[in-house]
Write a protein that binds this ligand. Structure first.
Ligand code: ADP
Length: 471
């Protein structure tokens, strides 16, 4: 089967979070199962672009509102990612370094989607499935059905995967002329609460909808940033498929980002060597348990609770632990986390920004990973942490609920708490300290979690079954 994934991110070309990891891995595993999966994404000006060779595949043009754009599709020459990678170049819109965060993101991603559909409509090699990811590609199922120039594409089934329903790509109806000539009787397929809502539109128009964990799918019927009723109504076409992790990239035995590789056999020594690197770099005490947080410093991740929870833990538990934070996001939270460095010298440190190497070093060197998320569709960090023998401390929500069992339960290997509150986080830190006093137990948990199979094989197969049901 031939599948075309359309996404705003794909690791290692461009990544801002879990979406990039998933789109960088899933197609590779689908190809290993004997299918042909390809990826098309914007041609940002990232390192990957300059370090690799590409062929021009197609050139075209389209109107968006009153503007005319030329686009070029290029293809990476060597298939080095394990799948065909196509990049869409649109000068003036996509030729930027970062993936998101520009004031014209609506225009950038609408133009990207039009270019993809336009290219698809002229391509002599059309896929059997178009698989779109998140709101940045959410208008594609609508365009393939209801834009007059592209209606011949309506025979191709579309699948939407929701990695995060908090962001929906809202745009005002004044921008409806961006979408190429469409059947205005179908306006209801674009609308949600008097705005054009690309995510809602994709839920309405795609043949099937998946979310990245079963628990998240259930939660969305009660908490989906305004789309609760839509998910309730469309639940017949929605299924949850848990993300996997790319265990060829995330493998402590061969990871080139970490100084000292290790496996289940030498996990204690391996982690200690990585912890030493971190403690030396960030002035922390190697003899104390190290708690880390890696991620976007935003409300969904409950990053706003971290400063108080860290203070309370250090003061109430007499500084018997260290904390290290890596992330970027809300300026207020960044400021607090930076400011705390001077007050908790030797107990706490942080690195504000995005740093792939440091994230690997932290998964390898930490004792515990904190994920107090308010919302967590799947969460990859806890799975990476476990692969590197780091014990996850997670809130009981979404994909975290589906992947971590509390140590108090039979067969448990993590620490799970219910509420996104400072109290629940500090109490969980206290539980972790108690656990840390039992080295044999810690070692046993480490070897258990490193052996958990969270690889893509299972999930990649579930997607194929889903596609088959649409043929
Ligand atoms: P989300 O996609 O909601 O941000 P996920 O848990 O699904 O969360 O995926 C997060 C991914 O992004 C992981 O690979 C994590 O290591 C990475 N990541 C997040 N923030 C940073 C950062 N500041 N530096 C390096 N990697 C990061």
């Amino acid at each position: 089967m031939e599948i075309l994934h359309v996404s705003a991110e794909c690791y290692p070309v461009a990544k801002a979070g879990g979406l990039g990891d998933v789109v960088g891995a899933l197609p590779k595993y689908q190809n290993q199962l004997g299918h042909i999966a390809k990826v098309v994404m914007p041609m940002y000006r990232t390192k990957f672009l300059y370090e690799n060779d590409f062929d021009i595949t197609h050139k075209g043009s389209f109107a968006m509102g009153h503007y005319w754009f030329n686009y070029t599709i290029i293809k990476e020459k060597t298939n080095k990612l394990g799948f065909d990678l196509f990049l869409v170049d649109i000068n003036g819109l996509l030729d930027r370094e970062a993936v998101y965060g520009y004031s014209d993101d609506v225009e950038r991603f609408t133009a990207f989607q039009i270019a993809v559909v336009d290219w698809l409509s002229k391509w002599n090699h059309q896929p059997e499935i178009v698989h779109v990811h998140d709101h940045h590609t959410g208008l594609i199922p609508f365009m393939m059905k209801h834009c007059y120039a592209y209606q011949h594409l309506s025979v191709i089934p579309t699948v939407l995967t929701i990695h995060n329903a908090q962001y929906q790509g809202w745009m005002g109806w004044d921008k409806s002329n961006y979408i190429p000539d469409w059947n205005t009787w179908e306006w209801g397929k674009l609308d949600w609460e008097k705005n054009i809502n690309p995510l809602a539109s994709a839920v309405k128009c795609a043949s099937k909808v998946t979310t990245v964990s079963q628990s998240y799918l259930e939660e969305m019927r009660h908490n989906a940033n305004g789309l609760e009723n839509l998910f309730e109504y469309e639940r017949g076409k929605c299924i949850g498929i848990l993300n996997g992790i790319d265990d060829s990239v995330w493998d402590p035995a061969v990871d080139t980002y970490i100084e000292s590789n290790f496996s289940v056999e030498n996990v204690h020594e391996g982690k200690l060597a990585s912890k030493k690197v971190l403690c030396d770099l960030y002035n922390l005490d190697i003899d104390k348990p190290l708690f880390v947080f890696i991620g976007r410093l935003v409300h969904e991740k409950a990053a706003d609770l971290l400063p108080q929870a860290i203070y309370d833990s250090v003061y109430h538990m007499q500084g018997t632990m260290s904390f290290l934070i890596l992330g970027s996001g809300e300026p207020g939270v960044e400021w607090e986390l930076e400011n705390m460095k001077n007050q908790l010298v030797g107990y706490y440190n942080s690195k504000i920004g995005y740093n792939e190497k440091l994230s690997h070093q932290m998964y390898a060197g930490a004792d515990f990973l904190l994920m107090p998320s308010r919302v967590e569709p799947c969460g990859l960090n806890q799975m990476y942490a476990m692969r590197y023998g780091t014990i996850p401390i997670v809130r009981n929500t979404g994909g975290l609920r589906d992947t971590v069992i509390d140590v108090g339960e039979p067969g448990g290997y993590g620490i799970v708490f219910n509420d996104a509150t400072v109290w629940d986080i500090t109490y969980s830190v206290h539980r972790a300290l108690e656990l840390y006093k039992k080295p044999k137990r810690i070692n046993k948990i480490r070897t258990t979690i490193m052996k958990i199979d969270n690889s893509w094989e299972n999930s990649a197969d579930r997607y194929i079954n889903l596609y088959n049901s649409l043929q």
